[in-house]
Design a protein around this ligand. Sequence first.
Ligand code: SAM
Ligand code: SF4
Length: 326
Amino acid sequence: MIDPFGRTISYLRLSVTDRCDLRCTYCMPLAMQFLPRAEVLSIEELDRVASAFVRLGVRKLRLTGGEPLVRRGLMTLVEGLSRHLASGALDEITMTTNGTQLAEFAGPLAAAGVKRVNVSLDHLDPATYTRITRGGDVAKVIAGIDAAQAAGIAIKLNAVALRHDNADHLVALAEWAHARGAELSVIEVMPLGEVEADRIDQYIPLTEIRARFAERWALTDLVRSTGGPARYVRTSEGGTIGFITPLTHNFCGGCNRVRLTCTGQLFLCLGDDADADLRTPLRASEDDRLLDAAIIAAITRKPERHSFDYGVKAPAVARHMSRTGG
Ligand code: SAM
Ligand code: SF4
């Protein structure tokens, strides 16, 4: 699959549910309205649509959400999709999780061929973590990270940089990650969907965060292209830190990815409303010809670049990150 701007689409992020056991302040409102279950693709449908993308050239699949580990039947999906790893059609199945249930799932995920997992962890202090996530228990997340590492799964930590909640803590979080042989990526908070908090107040540019890391370590830029908005540095003690800056960095030229929601809505760009309905062709016949044609047609409409902007009061993109998938 090659889009009109010459970019090869080889990476699918698949949201398996919009539901979550946490309510992170920057991600969703406390009284989040979840989608009616009838609209959500079944495990069999998720397998079919992911397999169509693999057939059309996707080499890397990331399961996300909402919280992927709260989706019933998730392991059936992962075990089913692992046939594409065995056949060589797929290079990697990864996941982004909040880690609250990772202790239970680490062994089965490793057995199904999952080698890397991103765990979102914004703070190590139990009370602050509970406040940011509105109810989460950081001890469970740490137990999940321990279990994943013991099962041989490489862990990358993701932290959203928040001016008031964790900007002063990110150096300590990086030290903690590096001491366990994990990388830390820091994410700029994005204007996705309405939440109670004021996004401009939450926002801190990662140039400020990088300056704080630079006070602690000498940083060397790494040349590593992921096709995404991440830039990496190596610290003078050998740890790796990523900076994910969709707002201040133009990464769109190398973009290799599309995102599918749990209702079968394909988003061609995280920061744009261009989409395509794949559920209708998926449900219209058992044969995959309509589905394949809908995917190929959608790729021709991938926007050249995102349209994020903090200059307006309303969110730049109305849907929450938990719908589109991280
Ligand atoms: N529940 C899983 C988790 O938290 O890892 C997967 C889904 S979550 C939507 C994926 C990632 O998006 C997380 O790392 C989360 O911190 C991040 N995220 C959520 N809302 C965001 C926002 N408005 N701006 C930037 N990152 C956001
Ligand atoms: Fe849930 Fe992840 Fe959103 Fe937090 S960031 S509310 S864990 S989906």
